[in-house]
Write a protein that binds this ligand. Structure first.
Ligand code: NAD
Length: 291
């Protein structure tokens, strides 16, 4: 069993840390808003008052933070100078691939082993421990992390060296955003035709148009239930990652560029705190259906 310092106990990190504690690991959690440690303590974990306190004595440090600057600052201010050499750092956050590569290099200079291990599967995947985890890093480190990764995930795949997990995650976010936009357009189109919406969603789900997005988001769009989930603000961050990583590679992603604009427009309209299925509201607005 490992001692795990877990930093970032939000929508995703909270349930992941609790699963690790329930599996018998000694999980010491820290979150910027401290009330979020309460559920971990109730699940058998411990609460720390700072990053350094969570990291002291840990064999493994797990991070589940919003964005690249958050991971950079937690790592440089609280982990690199505190963690024992040999500590395994697993960053579950979705950040820029180039930043992940750079941080893995800095960790190595401090004698630490670092993996990028972004996840897909949403809040439900975190709560049910069924996440897909795309892992970048060295073979031996991935082997060492695998028993922990399999506590929180169902599909754990080593996709390449440091940064490769984030590259695959960027592709994941491109597909998910495009899929959400098309489901939103299809539902708006069906509504305009007065179609039987539950029947339409059921039959679409059984054919080639079926997807996890259709299964998990269509009814929420129809119900106007946009409680997050995965916030539009975070998907906006991810579309910026896709856009810049595509430009770095000299790749054009025309649909991705358009969807990035739709996500940005959703945010500009004040919906940044809603679930990313609120892209439906942007499509509705474009059709004059929302004020
Ligand atoms: P969240 O905002 O719910 O959680 C982030 C947590 O980190 C918050 O509780 C915040 O207080 C804490 N935090 C921020 N800065 C901190 C710091 N310096 N020190 C300590 N704690 C700090 O976000 P989330 O939805 O859990 O997403 C986390 C990451 O996972 C993001 O990179 C996101 O893109 C990714 N992700 C989210 C989902 C999803 O469905 N929510 C799915 C896959 C991946």
């Amino acid at each position: 069993m490992s001692t795990i310092g877990f930093i970032g106990l939000g929508i995703m990190g909270g349930p992941m840390a609790r699963h690790l504690a329930a599996a018998g690991h000694d999980v010491v959690g820290f979150n910027r808003s401290p009330e979020k440690t309460r559920a971990l303590v109730n699940a058998g974990g411990r609460a720390a008052g700072s990053v350094a306190e969570a990291v002291a004595g840990a064999d493994v440090v797990a991070l589940m933070l919003p964005d690249s600057p958050d991971v950079e600052s937690v790592l440089t201010d609280g982990v690199l100078g505190t963690a024992e050499p040999g500590t395994l750092v697993i960053d579950f956050s979705t950040i820029r691939p180039d930043v992940a590569r750079d941080l893995a290099g800095q960790a190595a200079e401090h004698g630490l082993r670092m993996l990028d291990a972004p996840v897909s599967g949403g809040q439900g995947g975190a709560e049910n421990a069924t996440l897909s985890i795309m892992v970048g890093g060295a073979d031996a480190d991935v082997d060492a992390a695998r028993p922990l990764l399999e506590v929180v995930g169902k599909t754990v795949v080593h996709v390449g060296p440091a940064g490769a997990g984030q590259t695959v995650k960027a592709a994941n976010q491109l597909i998910v955003a495009g899929n959400i936009a098309l489901v939103a357009e299809a539902l708006t189109f069906l509504q305009a035709h007065g179609a039987d919406l539950p029947a339409a969603v059921e039959v679409l789900g059984g054919g080639l148009a079926g997807s996890a997005v259709l299964d998990q988001k269509a009814q929420k769009m129809l119900d106007g239930d946009f409680a997050p989930g995965f916030r539009v603000d975070l998907h906006h961050k991810d579309m910026q990652i896709v856009t810049s990583a595509a430009a770095q590679a000299g790749v054009v992603t025309p649909l991705g560029a358009l969807v990035a604009q739709l996500v940005a427009a959703t945010r500009s309209a004040g919906d940044g705190g809603l679930d990313h299925s609120a892209l439906f509201r942007t499509i509705a607005r474009l059709n004059g259906d929302l004020s």
